[in-house]
Design a protein around this ligand. Structure first.
Ligand code: NDP
Length: 321
């Protein structure tokens, strides 16, 4: 790695990044992929992935990401355990700063930097990560069948996760920090009409409680009365929003008001020629491994088409001269 120019640089190592790498490598584009600070991405924080088609018995999240990495490497992807810390998309070839020191130029860039679930920021939440604390009901809800769980949040995600979990769990405690929900009316009605969801208004989490086997409860405080109580649960779900990892692109790419990269509908093309956005960094709605992989594939195909068109244009110019 140094002051070189590569054909395709992929930023990020979740399902979008590795799928883009597999397609780009098989197309002979010799991609390089920068993993970022969490190689494998969000799926490495999940034990069992049971909703990715093709794994009838489910697959361990970190193992799945290793498999994807090996598949990308098998076709010649160069993988660097480095962070892209800055970009300059006002120049061409496009410029990437690696680990704050090295510079790499790329003829096409595929962004697959993902998003991060927001957490409350209390130590007990980290202590029980993967042992009862989850930020994805669709991923992990199944493990709490017939059990009691809590969901924190009051937006559409929280309403959706609570109603999803209510189908699987005995009881869902929805912890809402104000005396109203932000979720859309229809989603709120769904929550209100689900008998096994209990809403705790004006309620904030103080501590996730647990033992060697995982989560056993949550200690909450009513911010109106100051009353502290403990709710026995086995699963604690965060649904307080996600943050796309797109800060380093903000000076060049059009982002929506929440920071997701805007793409031309039905493609991965951004407002900068040669820059393609895939996966959760550009998806505030679906945010699934399979949809991320799908857009990763699209990113590689869009990049390939872009490079081929550019090459054809250069050849035509050379012939004219
Ligand atoms: P939002 O930002 O809309 O909501 C976050 C919620 O979490 C808010 O209610 C907020 O409370 C609460 N919250 C934030 N921080 C804390 C904290 N520290 N403690 C307790 N509660 C906290 O995020 P969502 O993920 O719900 O939604 C993001 C976007 O995606 C929205 O535009 C939404 O409409 C959309 N979406 C649409 C869906 C659909 O249509 N099916 C499904 C899911 C999402 P407060 O209200 O007090 O600020």
């Amino acid at each position: 790695m140094g002051n070189e120019t590569v054909k395709v640089a992929i930023i990020g190592s979740g399902p979008a990044g590795y799928t883009a790498a597999i397609y780009a490598a098989r197309a002979g584009l010799n991609p390089v992929l920068y993993t970022g600070s969490q190689p494998g991405g969000q799926l490495t924080t999940t034990n069992d992935v049971e909703n990715f088609p093709g794994y009838p018995q489910g697959v361990n999240g970190p193992q799945m990401m290793l498999d994807l990495q090996q598949q990308a490497e098998r076709f010649g992807t160069k993988i660097y355990y480095s962070m892209v810390t800055g970009v300059d998309f006002s120049v061409y070839p496009l410029k990437l700063i690696i680990d704050e020191k090295e510079t790499v130029h790329a003829e096409a860039v595929i962004i697959a930097t993902g998003a991060s679930a927001k957490y409350l920021g209390i130590p007990s939440e980290q202590k029980f990560a993967n042992r009862g604390v989850s930020a994805c009901a669709v991923c992990d809800g199944y493990f709490y069948r017939g059990k009691d769980v809590a969901v924190v949040g009051a937006g559409d995600s929280a309403a959706e996760e609570a109603t999803y979990l209510a189908k699987l769990c005995r009881k869902v405690h929805l912890l809402v920090r104000r005396d109203e929900m932000r979720a859309s009316n229809i989603m709120q009605q769904r929550v209100f009409n689900t008998p096994n969801i209990q809403i705790h208004w004006n309620t904030e989490t103080q501590e996730v409680l647990g033992d060697d086997n995982g989560v056993t409860g949550v200690r909450v405080i009513n911010n109106k009365t100051g009353a502290i109580s403990e709710i026995p649960i086995q699963g604690f779900f965060l649904a307080i929003g996600h943050k796309p990892n797109t800060e380093i692109f903000a000076d060049y790419l059009e982002l929506d008001e929440a920071g997701y990269i805007k793409v031309q509908p039905g493609t991965t093309r951004t407002n900068v020629e040669g820059v393609f956005a895939t996966g959760d960094a550009a998806d505030r709605v679906y945010r699934q491994a399979i949809t991320a992989a799908g857009t990763g594939c699209m990113g590689a195909l869009d990049a390939e088409k872009f490079l081929a068109a550019r090459e054809a244009e250069m050849t035509a110019r050379t012939v004219k001269v």
